[in-house]
Ligand binder design. Structure first.
Ligand SMILES: [Zn+2]
Length: 328
């Protein structure tokens, strides 16, 4: 067995961000328009239960449901969890409780933040809470800034709320909210592990290292440290490339935020010579509409020299389909 030197441990901060614009159907539009106007709407399901936040389809029968009702702005905590160190983008900057709140008139609970300045000892299941509205409201769930304690009262187990709620509601609002921008963002520290650290260190010297499975002999690039098919470690280092073959590709016509590349451009699966599967990379140095399966390419290194910025044609004849058909 090869003695594999242990590389230094790499880690790097990574951000994955995909903001997207979402159109709202009639039920979500009414719910968010309601929040903007300090009104909380739910929907009545076929079994009579009031669902808050409302769904467009019955949770039991899957039928469309449209019977909107207004529920109360106070409710009961059904369960909770203390958040001692709030992160970026969370509703409050200081420690708070995540709570599930069953608003008066509702049968299901809404997830939100509870501002509990007296700490976790002041929070309990069954405590009564009320909505604190945001000063500026635009038709999003954060129009509810948070919940706050509503005095010392507790709801005795099993007791129903006053019969005046819920109240039927038309769901009609002036200037209804029809869409939202929903930002999704993950901040995390990525540690690639030993196999990928070796791969990244080799890339910095313009070499591409794969690892061969001792059982099925497939060469993984980039390596993951194990063969997912055989379930065994892949200890043997194999240098592949630098040239390779385009196995399949797509033309990108949508410009991504923060990416300084003119569209259209081609993103391709590239099987480096000697690799048992394709990796992906951008193809340049050829008009986008002349890229084809079988095109022979080579890496063009980024200015930092640490990774290929893109791949360009080598000028060799195209590879025969038989040579890469298993790598598609
Ligand atoms: Zn294997």
């Amino acid at each position: 067995m090869n003695a594999v030197p242990s590389p230094r441990v790499l880690s790097a901060p990574l951000v994955v961000e995909f903001p997207f614009t979402r159109s709202l159907g009639p039920v979500q539009s009414a719910f968010l328009s309601g929040l903007r106007d300090r009104t909380v709407l739910g929907v009545q399901a076929s079994d009579g239960r009031v669902v808050v936040p409302p769904t467009e389809y019955d949770p039991v029968t899957s039928e469309e449901i449209r019977d909107l009702v207004e529920v109360g702005q106070e409710g009961t905590v059904t369960t909770w969890s203390w958040n001692g160190s709030p992160r970026r983008g969370q509703p409050l900057r200081h420690p708070f409780a995540w709570v599930l709140v069953r608003l008066d008139g509702a049968d299901t609970a809404l997830l939100h933040a509870l501002d509990a300045p007296e700490g976790p000892d002041s929070v309990s299941t069954g405590m009564r809470v009320r909505i604190r509205w945001a000063a500026d409201r635009a038709g999003t769930i954060t129009d509810i800034a948070c919940f706050e304690p509503a005095g010392d009262s507790f709801e005795p187990a099993g007791e129903r709320e006053p019969a005046t709620l819920p109240e039927p509601h038309t769901g009609e609002f002036a200037d209804p909210v029809t869409g939202i921008v929903a930002p999704a963002r993950l901040d995390y520290t990525y540690t690639p592990g030993r196999a990928q650290s070796r791969y990244l260190d080799a890339l910095a010297t313009h070499r591409t290292l794969g690892e061969r499975c001792p059982r099925c002999h497939k060469v993984y690039v980039p390596p993951r440290g194990a063969c997912p098919t055989c379930g065994v470690p892949t200890g043997e280092q194999v240098e592949v490339g630098p040239r390779g073959t385009v196995t399949t590709f797509c033309v990108v016509n949508i410009k991504a935020r923060g990416v300084d590349i003119d569209v259209p451009y081609v993103y391709a699966h590239i099987a480096l010579d000697g690799a048992g599967l394709a990796l992906h990379g951008r193809i340049a140095g050829i008009p986008y509409d002349q890229v084809r399966m079988g095109l022979r390419v080579e890496p063009v290194w980024a200015e930092s020299g640490r990774y290929p910025d893109h791949y360009r044609p080598t000028g060799e004849p195209d590879a025969d389909y038989e040579t890469y058909k298993e790598l598609l």
